[in-house]
Ligand binder design. Structure first.
Ligand code: FAD
Length: 387
């Protein structure tokens, strides 16, 4: 194991490690094979209170800051587990917390904090809009005290395992809005009522076990009382929640990178070829050392972004850069770990090929690398915009 004496939240980290030890590789491999949801793992995290660390105490959470949430997710990933099944239960409520009415917060947040309600579906992406969110076409038409929603969404993860979904849709057509980013609204959809009454969920099988789905809306009725904030301002609300998501997912990448570095270091010391440990060869040790350097640099960026977020300072650029650096560090470490293990890197029982597949996601979702580079190029370096 790496020496992490400088890390904050040692008690939380230790408690997460103890919990994760109950869910070893064999547990994840069995689920991965069948693409099944890790219900027992998610229940254990919920009962231990780890998914409600960001919810203020007045609503039943522990009211800790983003860095505590990052520590939880990092340790989950470092242990070889996967927080993707439930990380959104931690942060999706941020939209409600920041922009919901007092009545909405009182109605939902205590139940999200206790785990009675799962608010871990986040419906933004659409097949025809891709990264250009202003092109979403799912439309909510006002009819009396309801919105009537039609359209489709793609890659909406955990929809089958959520009681509530934060849904971004258009309430004014793009062509009729003053700006492309105007005219979108956020609705809180009660999945328990919606499925079979205008909402159909179709699972999408992917290279990782991520419970992701496609959603079809056909005249789904959502009470106007479930509108979050003001109509037409939804894009702004969703953007404000994305910084937390990026920082937390970056921390999962740091955990993944540590997992790969731990495994590669241990194996390089123990595996004997040509009568000596393979780790005696600099050709084997240098990639491990490089992975450590990259992970450490990215980890400082994650800490910096989390500190700015907690201080209420603008942190969009830092959150994006941290996510880019951490996802590249984890991918480099994954590739290094496979190489260090030779043929065994491909064997399911080592868990490395599974984690290798899982960590690849983070260069695409929740935002792809190119879009982060574009942000840095145009917003930080003032280069000309390409779109
Ligand atoms: C497993 C999984 C889970 C997901 N979960 C969710 C979820 O729960 N909720 C949700 O709303 N979404 C979810 N997503 C969607 C995810 O956020 C998007 O896949 C991601 O943002 C990229 O969008 P896209 O797939 O539409 O790619 P596209 O926008 O089609 O882009 C394709 C490629 O082209 C590049 N590209 C596009 N435009 C430009 C440009 N102008 N300049 C340079 N490069 C460009 C992109 O970087 C990308 O590499 C998930 C995706 C996956 C795969």
């Amino acid at each position: 194991m790496l020496n992490d004496t400088t890390q904050i939240f040692p008690e939380i980290r230790e408690a997460v490690r103890r919990l994760c030890a109950r869910f070893p590789g064999a547990y994840w491999r069995a689920l991965d094979r069948e693409r099944q949801y890790p219900t027992e793992f998610v229940t254990a995290l919920t009962e231990a209170g780890f998914l409600s660390v960001l919810i203020p105490e007045e609503y039943g959470g522990s009211g800790l800051g983003l860095a505590a949430g990052a520590a939880v997710l990092e340790e989950i990933h470092r242990a070889g587990c996967n927080g993707g099944a439930c990380h959104a239960q931690m942060y999706t409520m941020g939209t409600l917390l920041a922009h919901g009415s007092p009545a909405q917060k009182q109605m939902y947040l205590p139940k999200v904090a206790s785990g009675e309600l799962r608010l871990q579906a986040f419906g933004v992406t659409e097949p025809d809009a891709g990264t250009d969110t202003t092109r979403i076409a799912t439309f909510a038409r006002r009819e009396g005290d309801h919105y009537v929603v039609s359209g489709k969404k793609l890659w909406i993860s955990r929809a089958e395992h959520s009681d509530l979904m934060v849904l971004l849709c258009r309430t004014t057509a793009r062509a009729d809005a003053a700006k492309p980013s105007d005219g979108m609204s956020v609705l809180l959809v009660d999945m328990r009522e919606a499925v079979g009454n205008g909402l159909t969920i179709r699972p999408v099988r992917t290279m990782i076990n991520h419970a992701t789905t496609e959603l079809f809306f056909e005249d789904l009725r959502v009470p106007v009382a479930n509108l979050i904030g003001e109509e037409g301002q939804g894009f702004r609300y969703i953007l404000s929640g994305m910084n937390a998501e990026r920082i937390l997912i970056a921390s999962e990448c740091i955990g993944d990178a540590k997992f790969f570095i731990d495994r590669a270091s241990a194996y390089a010391k123990e595996r004997q070829v040509f009568g000596r440990p393979i780790g005696e060869n600099q050709g084997v040790q240098f990639p491990i050392a490089r992975a450590y350097v990259q992970m450490t640099a990215a980890s400082h960026m994650v800490d910096r972004a989390a500190a700015l977020f907690e201080a209420g300072q603008p942190c969009g650029t830092e959150a994006n850069m941290a996510k880019l650096a951490a996802s590249e560090a984890s991918w480099y470490a994954a590739d290094m770990c496979v190489q260090t293990h030779g043929g065994f890197g491909f064997a399911e029982e080592y868990d490395i090929e599974r984690k290798f597949r899982e960590t690849r996601l983070y260069q695409v979702a929740p935002i792809s690398t190119n879009l982060i580079l574009s942000h840095v190029a145009t917003h930080v370096l003032d280069l000309p915009k390409s779109f």
